[in-house]
Design a protein around this ligand. Sequence first.
Ligand SMILES: [Cu+2]
Length: 66
Amino acid sequence: MQTFKVDGMTCGGCVRGVTGAIQHLDPQSTVEVDLASKTVKVNSERPAKDIVGAIEGAGFEVSATA
Ligand SMILES: [Cu+2]
């Protein structure tokens, strides 16, 4: 499980945008977004930098990775 702090998510549309971008990168991934804590949890074999790239490509800022 990889955890990302993502800024700029405000609504369900943002959640779908981030989730869709990650699942486009890795269709096998599972993605869990918590809007209140701006946290995105991802189960994926792909390296964190690829996931960060997908999130940023969807128009959001990744402020931390764990
Ligand atoms: Cu939104």
